[in-house]
Design a protein around this ligand. Structure first.
Ligand code: ADP
Length: 494
């Protein structure tokens, strides 16, 4: 191994404390893997009101941490998780910004108006914490627009700081569509002078774009799958980030997310009714039966059951599923269990479907991790009709649970699912290209008819799927390479 690195993770969410999406899974897993490889790791998160402090007890670490935001010095406190992990986790406590329900928006999905201030402050506070505690970071690993400003702060304000001035910054883009674009009048508070408000840095059509500034200032940028890295670099990609990413093409890569097989492994999963493995699938039959029972579906091991777990956001293509699902359950002998929340229209639509198609469709509107495990374990297929998908985790979990993914050919879905070959029985799932209700209908039909007519192929696909390995070990190696490249660039060696 190379010499142990000091790695500072700054992120806006992490399992098990708070989670809205895949970013939290990554930040929950990667630091632990790095620590297990002998690196010195610390993680900094905001102390949101939503964090359950009974479950995750904390102790006061700093009573007063002064953080300069423009001309204002804000005073916050820092708590540390009473340690259950191999590395410390710190929480920035600043009630004005974080002690409210929700992470980024209110219960009506309205973005908090002070988000630029909240996350600029958090980014700066995390760096200040690192300085005040004397953590000589080699690498500062940032995640998405919320902490992208830290890449700029480190270069603009702390470049000669003895503690963090030498640190290299890596910015991981988990979803390029979320950029943190806000009115320019926040610039002063955020501490970026006009010289940084230029089109190659934070300025974006008269507004301030956090992600873009982060891309420019970071020493290395990555996103969460090779195929998504390719897609978002293509000229004309709707995110508008392609020119800035191609400008640093030699310092931009796609690194597939790993998954936490301690958490998502049917052989040891305590959340599912019966465990199972590729060698013994009898537990999966029990899981399916329990899932059918709990959603009042017809209990029959021979009816294919399709699981869906998703945010109801435009990205996920569930509006397309909404257009196709009634025809699917009318024309085919198939069942659905849908878990998700988000868009209120889709919540209403999917929430009412079980009453309209009793015995065929079950749904649960909300966020429920235990249920997510039970759906992965009890379904035969897992549908992800995403318009775009930076990496996607659920299809990877599905593979491990022998639940064959039906996915659109986009982003990380294409990197992780291999198309079923009818001639040979090779592959791990069913892939379609067009983001349309018709494609969902016909590809689901293909999967369902394979289920009924080619049992031996389905068995083979399940074996193929369950033996895929997307553990963090491989991804961690790729991240270490990215850290080294970032450090070399920062030192002027590249
Ligand atoms: P994204 O980060 O875009 O939402 P990913 O597939 O990368 O999509 O990760 C989603 C994660 O969130 C998975 O771990 C998935 O199981 C979980 N998830 C999404 N919606 C729900 C829900 N309603 N209840 C429980 N878990 C959910």
């Amino acid at each position: 191994m190379t010499k142990p690195l000091n790695i500072l993770f700054i992120a806006s969410e992490s399992v098990p404390f708070v989670k809205t999406g895949g970013l939290a899974d990554v930040v929950g897993a990667l630091p632990a893997v790095m620590a297990s490889l002998g690196h010195n790791v610390m993680v900094v998160l905001p102390k949101y009101g939503d964090i359950d402090q009974h479950r995750y007890p904390m102790e006061r670490y700093f009573h007063h941490l002064g953080v300069w935001m423009g001309d204002t010095e804000e005073w916050c406190a820092v708590d540390r998780l009473i340690n259950t992990q191999a590395f410390p986790v710190y929480f920035i406590e600043f009630d004005r910004y974080f002690k409210r329900p929700g992470l980024y928006h209110d219960s009506d999905y309205n973005d908090f108006a002070d988000n630029p201030r909240r996350f600029a402050f958090f980014s700066r506070a995390a760096l200040q914490l690192c300085i005040d505690m004397g953590f000589n970071a080699d690498i500062i690993h940032l995640h998405d627009w919320q902490t992208a400003p830290a890449a700029a702060y480190q270069k603009i304000w702390h470049w000669n700081n003895p503690i963090i001035g030498k640190a290299a910054t890596l910015l991981t883009i988990h979803n390029v569509q979320y950029q943190g674009i806000y009115p320019a009048w926040h610039l002063d508070y955020c501490g970026f002078q006009m010289e940084n408000y230029t089109p190659d840095k934070f300025e974006d059509n008269g507004r301030m774009n956090f992600l873009k500034g982060g891309i420019t200032f970071a020493d290395f940028v990555n996103t969460v799958s090779p195929n998504y890295a390719h897609e978002i670099s293509l000229p004309g990609h709707p995110s508008g980030m392609a020119p800035y990413l191609t400008a640093k093409a030699d310092r931009f890569s796609g690194i597939l997310n790993g998954v936490d097989y301690q958490e998502w492994n049917p052989a040891i999963d305590p959340r599912i009714p019966a465990t199972f493995s590729a060698d013994d699938l009898s537990g999966k039959i029990i899981c399916k039966q329990e899932l059918q029972r709990s959603f009042y579906l017809e209990i029959d091991p021979d009816i294919p059951l399709i699981g869906v777990i998703s945010r109801f956001a435009d990205q996920k293509g569930l509006d397309l599923l909404a257009q196709a699902i009634e025809a699917i359950v009318t024309d085919m002998r198939v069942q659905f269990v849908i878990l998700g929340s988000g868009n209120p229209d889709l919540e209403g639509f999917f929430g009412e479907l079980p009453a309209r198609y009793p015995g065929k469709i079950g749904s649960y509107i909300g966020f429920n991790n235990d249920l997510a495990h039970r759906i992965e374990a009890g379904s035969d297929f897992f549908l992800m009709p995403s318009r775009y998908e930076p990496c996607g985790l659920n299809q990877i979990y599905s593979l491990k649970y022998g639940t064959l993914p039906i996915v659109r050919a986009t982003g990380g879905l294409l990197d992780t699912v291999e198309q079923y070959n009818e001639m040979t029985g090779h592959g791990t799932g069913f892939i379609f290209w067009e983001p349309s209700a018709d494609s969902i209908y016909f590809t689901t039909g293909w999967a369902v008819s394979t289920y009924y007519d080619r049992k031996s192929h389905i068995e083979r696909l399940i074996q193929n799927a369950m033996t895929q390995d997307f553990s963090w070990k491989k991804s961690a190696g790729n991240y270490l390479d990215a850290y080294i490249s970032a450090m070399e660039y920062h030192k002027g060696l590249k």
